[in-house]
Structures are given as structure tokens and as C-alpha cells.
Design a protein around this ligand. Structure first.
Ligand code: IDP
Length: 135
């Protein structure tokens, strides 16, 4: 299986709940290494640029408002099959639909405040990692 990298963001709701360590433990226990990390208060421009693919969606403004509502913890994760593995750890976008034991089922409150972001493909991961960490 290929060694991949993926971008993960612990969103403002989960940072405020003080569960960064618990989420990091899940990454580590699944064999994903944290190879870069930064805690950051996103600007509106950064949040809008990051989610540019969603800019025509009705929830875009709410999504940006939420992403700038407090600091986020951004990390690049590396490991076998990292993109899919992280998506499995995260669970479905809507925490009500997320499988038991996933990060979103355990730590998220709603589809807006859903605890984590994770790249959805290897190509997207490369773009997203470069967005925050450069080449
Ligand atoms: P993902 O984060 O599971 O990859 P995406 O479809 O890429 O989900 O959506 C990005 C983010 O936009 C979601 O994590 C969620 O916070 C927000 N979002 C997606 N769909 C909705 C919605 O229908 N209402 C409100 N927020 C949404």
C-alpha cells in the first residue's frame, strides 16, 4: 500500500472542547504520523480560499464564519493509505450519520460544527498541504 500524506484540520469546535490530544491519539493509534502542525486563527481570506470549491453552496458563509470563530489545529498526516484512513477515522460529514467510534460521532455536534476536516483525495491533499505548509 502506498505511503500518502493528507491534510487534517481540527476545527474551532473541537479545539474549544480541548480534545486535540484525544484526536491526535486516534491518528497515532491508526498508524498516521503527524509530520507538520500549526495552530492558527484563520483569516476570512484563508478560510474562503481553502473552501473555494464550495463557494456557490448555500452553506458557504456559515462555513467560513464557523472556521474563523476560533483557532484551528492544522496538521499533515503521513502513513499507509493516509487519505482514506483519515476519512474513516473522521466518519460521515453529518455527525448524526457518522459510525460509532469515529471522531465526528464522538466529538462533533452538528454538520456545521463537525470537529475535523480531512482531504478527500491524494491530489486534493497535495494542494491543501501546500496551502498551509508550502512545498
Ligand atoms: P467533508 O468535510 O466531510 O469533506 P464537504 O462536503 O467537503 O465535507 O463539506 C465541507 C464542510 O462544509 C463540511 O465539513 C461541513 O462543515 C460543511 N457542510 C457540508 N455540507 C453542509 C450542509 O449541508 N450544511 C452545513 N454545512 C455543511
Amino acid at each position: 500500500m502506498a505511503i500518502e500524506r493528507t491534510l487534517s484540520i481540527i476545527k474551532p469546535d473541537a479545539v474549544a472542547k480541548n480534545v486535540i490530544g484525544k484526536i491526535y491519539t486516534r491518528f497515532e493509534e491508526a498508524g498516521l504520523k503527524i509530520v507538520a502542525a500549526q495552530m492558527k486563527q484563520l483569516t476570512r481570506e484563508e478560510a474562503e480560499g481553502f473552501y473555494a470549491a464550495h463557494k456557490e453552496r448555500g452553506f458557504f458563509k456559515d462555513l467560513v464564519d464557523f472556521m474563523v470563530s476560533g483557532p484551528v489545529m492544522i496538521q499533515a498526516l503521513e502513513g499507509e493509505n493516509a487519505v482514506l484512513k483519515n476519512r474513516e477515522l473522521m466518519g460521515a460529514t453529518d455527525p448524526k450519520k457518522a459510525d460509532k467510534g469515529t471522531i465526528r460521532a464522538d466529538f462533533a455536534d452538528s454538520i456545521d460544527a463537525n470537529a475535523v476536516h480531512g482531504s478527500d483525495a491524494v491530489e486534493a491533499a497535495a494542494v491543501e498541504i501546500a496551502y498551509f505548509f508550502g512545498k
